[in-house]
Design a protein around this ligand. Sequence first.
Ligand SMILES: *[C@@H]1O[C@H](CO)[C@@H](O)[C@H](O)[C@H]1NC(C)=O
Ligand SMILES: *[C@@H]1O[C@H](CO)[C@@H](O)[C@H](O)[C@H]1NC(C)=O
Ligand SMILES: *[C@@H]1O[C@H](CO)[C@@H](O)[C@H](O)[C@H]1NC(C)=O
Ligand SMILES: *[C@@H]1O[C@H](CO)[C@@H](O)[C@H](O)[C@H]1NC(C)=O
Ligand SMILES: *[C@@H]1O[C@H](CO)[C@@H](O)[C@H](O)[C@H]1NC(C)=O
Ligand SMILES: *[C@@H]1O[C@H](CO)[C@@H](O)[C@H](O)[C@H]1NC(C)=O
Ligand SMILES: *[C@@H]1O[C@H](CO)[C@@H](O)[C@H](O)[C@H]1NC(C)=O
Ligand SMILES: *[C@@H]1O[C@H](CO)[C@@H](O)[C@H](O)[C@H]1NC(C)=O
Ligand SMILES: *[C@@H]1O[C@H](CO)[C@@H](O)[C@H](O)[C@H]1NC(C)=O
Ligand SMILES: *[C@@H]1O[C@H](CO)[C@@H](O)[C@H](O)[C@H]1NC(C)=O
Ligand SMILES: *[C@@H]1O[C@H](CO)[C@@H](O)[C@H](O)[C@H]1NC(C)=O
Ligand SMILES: *[C@@H]1O[C@H](CO)[C@@H](O)[C@H](O)[C@H]1NC(C)=O
Length: 765
Amino acid sequence: MSNLVFYILWLGAVANAITLPKSYDTVWTTQSNNSAGSMPVGAGDIGLNVWAEDGDVLFYIAQSGAFDENNSLLKLGRVRLTMDPNPFGTGCSFEQRLLLNDGYAEVKGDNNTVVKIWVDVNTSDIHIGIDNAANITLRAAMESWRTSGYQMVTNEQHAVPAIPLPYQYPDTVNFTSGGVLSFHHNYETPLFDFQAKEQGLVDPESYYDPMRNNTFGSFMYSPQLDDTSISYGKYLNTSYTAFTLSSSRPRSSFQLYIGTAQAQTTEIGAWQQNLINKTLQAADRTQASSLQWWHDFWDRSYIIINPDAPSTDSGFQVGKNYQYFRYLMGCNAKGQFPTRFNGGLFTFDPVLTDNTTAFTPDYRRWSGGTFTAQNQRLLYWPLLKSGDFDIMEQSFDFYGNISPNSRKLGQLYFGLDVGLTTEQLDNSGLPNVFEYNANTFQYNTTRSYLYPPGVDFNDYLSWLSDTANEFADMVVLAKSYGGVDIERWTPFVEYQLAYFDEFYRQRNGLSVDGELILYPASGAETYKLALNPSSTVAGLRAVIADILNFDAPLTKGNETYYNQYSARLPPTPLQPCPGSPNLICIAPAANFSFAENTEPTALYPIFPWGEYGLGQPTNLSFAYNAYFHDNQSASYHGDNGWRQDQIWWARMGLTDLAANNTAYRFADSTQYRFPVFKGPNYDWSPDINHYGSGAIGLQEMLLQTFAKNNTEIRLLPAWPTDWNGYFKLLAPEQTVVSANMTNGKVSDLCVEPEHRRDDVVYGQE
Ligand SMILES: *[C@@H]1O[C@H](CO)[C@@H](O)[C@H](O)[C@H]1NC(C)=O
Ligand SMILES: *[C@@H]1O[C@H](CO)[C@@H](O)[C@H](O)[C@H]1NC(C)=O
Ligand SMILES: *[C@@H]1O[C@H](CO)[C@@H](O)[C@H](O)[C@H]1NC(C)=O
Ligand SMILES: *[C@@H]1O[C@H](CO)[C@@H](O)[C@H](O)[C@H]1NC(C)=O
Ligand SMILES: *[C@@H]1O[C@H](CO)[C@@H](O)[C@H](O)[C@H]1NC(C)=O
Ligand SMILES: *[C@@H]1O[C@H](CO)[C@@H](O)[C@H](O)[C@H]1NC(C)=O
Ligand SMILES: *[C@@H]1O[C@H](CO)[C@@H](O)[C@H](O)[C@H]1NC(C)=O
Ligand SMILES: *[C@@H]1O[C@H](CO)[C@@H](O)[C@H](O)[C@H]1NC(C)=O
Ligand SMILES: *[C@@H]1O[C@H](CO)[C@@H](O)[C@H](O)[C@H]1NC(C)=O
Ligand SMILES: *[C@@H]1O[C@H](CO)[C@@H](O)[C@H](O)[C@H]1NC(C)=O
Ligand SMILES: *[C@@H]1O[C@H](CO)[C@@H](O)[C@H](O)[C@H]1NC(C)=O
Ligand SMILES: *[C@@H]1O[C@H](CO)[C@@H](O)[C@H](O)[C@H]1NC(C)=O
């Protein structure tokens, strides 16, 4: 923490604080049709979807860490505010506004009615203030759809009949202490118990399990609401019970507080009392510190494009919606768990995303508690240059916390003290319960020498353990970019890397050249039963180079070891381009048996690994050919979701292509009402990895820092001449770069510390 305080002070000294353009606010002058027309509000570890419908103001409450017995990420509930006489009735004036720079929302109606909704960044309490020039009565309902348990149906969770359909355990909801207390406690661990058996764990109680005794919920209270009542209703597909607080007489002003909490605890009574006490004291906490937090957050870094252009200008929308991506991440800045790629804390009723999923608001595709690393990483890579190290910590902690479990798995299956991770792992670090044995469940086939216990028996995920290498690299780079003290995460980094060295040496020995033989391995989910995938070898090479160059604090290996490890790594494979054999392409692997998914991992040496790209000594045409002249992977191109084409284009200096896709990605949504709610694409709505990938691409168009062992500072390598404005971004060696972009040129360049100005190069020189 002290590092962070230092960092903020140090950034503050560099430039005057900025205020986001007022034109970045989202303003609606009509009410919404349903929850898909909601806007995100949040802070701390809370996300709300706020909307007005048929004269009521509503919001969902989501909380980081609200994992139930089945590893679903449950909403805490839905709140409905109803007023009489209704300032939001038919024919009334209406405005709903997200004040982006201040991080809160207001809904305005007749008789100068203002409903102000904000979340306390330090305590995660939700504050609602209602002011009205006349006198009104208010009803505030906590609508719960989990007052009783039920048996889930097929497809409600990712499962097949081989796994018993999960039971949805109920919440406890009732009036107490003048308010509504609503909470969930995990008394049992059915998922973990099933997994432990399925995966042959020894001594399962010794494993870290964040679902064990997890307790989460809310307490809603208002000093002005003294009556209580219970009623029943149905919203879209879901029946609910409403626990309503109402005012016994009309008033012109109301304050409503909803305290939230989450902890792994067996002291449920004390936990409730703390939550109630905290909420009863919420009135004493003003918005000042939350406003200050958002102002400091915006000043850490920014990319502002054509700020005075009309809101339809595509450059304007890119700059604005890049800030909105940061906003979605900022709402969970203090969350214990990473923001999920498939909707984060802002999913809405699932039927509005996919009309075949008529489930409760707790549903999202790819689940709420299985972390798919290929997708998660895209949310966190851009936070290096944006300087959001406090937010990055949650994904470092995620891996740091599961690392002891990963080591137990390495020991259990292979007798090695290495960390064994996989692509789709639960928040316990165990492989997803279905994916681990998917081929058995689906095809009734059995494991063989190619698929030993410990490895996902699954055509997509088998042997895919290298995605955590990207988080390992982010840990090391956070030390360089932000001076972050990374000591508590380097065991994760080292045991993760050790798997590839120790496991493959044990299984295959070394080649006659003394190199590792990475087989069976996997190029993402695509190149299966592969030998030396380029995504793995370029990745290991980059992480090890960063460990050495940035002096990562080591506990398992030492400098000699990492130099030897690096020397054992095979070269990134090349091949005659499939379809154009007179050209040379980076190959996805030295060899592979079959292609399963559609990730062109021959391009991963460009991004994330930076082995190829502007300023690097490697032959950029091999990368270019792999994109444009490899007909095996030509159909693996794409422009949305987790696709990364525009990042590769930016790193190859292909300005027009990169700018076109970036403009497309960041264009205001036409699918949903809020400008950065798009999806589901490959995942779910709102599709946050769509914007994470977009943010990386935009940064790479503006500032590249990977070349020359992360020392080069390359400005405007792929920047269109009609995107004018200003930016501030971070670079390695705790460097802050700020400047203006004017007609494709940099002006007012400021580089701190000053000596780093020597590392600046421009364009594609
Ligand atoms: C509400 O739905 C109608 C009919 O589909 C549509 O025309 C209108 O644009 C929607 N309103 C909003 C605010 O999305
Ligand atoms: C506005 O206030 C007036 C006078 O106080 C009241 O009669 C009227 O019902 C109010 N209208 C709404 C929409 O709240
Ligand atoms: C609202 O009610 C208070 C008393 O409860 C009264 O003094 C005040 O005049 C009322 N205001 C309006 C605008 O009716
Ligand atoms: C809710 O609390 C009331 C008393 O306030 C009690 O009578 C009722 O049984 C409780 N309901 C449940 C479901 O616990
Ligand atoms: C806490 O979790 C353990 C392990 O699942 C369980 O045995 C125990 O009953 C739980 N305690 C409470 C109070 O839920
Ligand atoms: C909650 O507040 C009450 C009254 O102020 C106090 O007696 C009690 O000890 C507090 N409980 C906790 C858990 O803080
Ligand atoms: C469901 O969505 C699909 C694809 O978006 C569409 O073709 C279909 O008509 C929709 N079905 C219903 C019942 O709305
Ligand atoms: C799966 O295979 C086992 C053994 O090969 C066999 O006994 C069983 O009937 C098969 N089950 C199904 C559903 O085909
Ligand atoms: C980059 O770092 C690696 C590993 O420390 C080193 O072998 C290499 O020479 C460095 N390259 C440059 C250009 O400094
Ligand atoms: C450093 O690592 C090498 C290679 O693993 C090992 O042989 C050597 O003993 C280590 N040196 C120290 C001082 O631990
Ligand atoms: C620009 O991007 C859109 C969306 O991906 C695509 O349809 C279009 O072909 C692209 N245009 C050019 C010139 O690349
Ligand atoms: C840089 O941009 C800022 C903000 O628009 C502006 O105040 C300043 O004049 C610009 N400087 C130059 C040299 O264009």
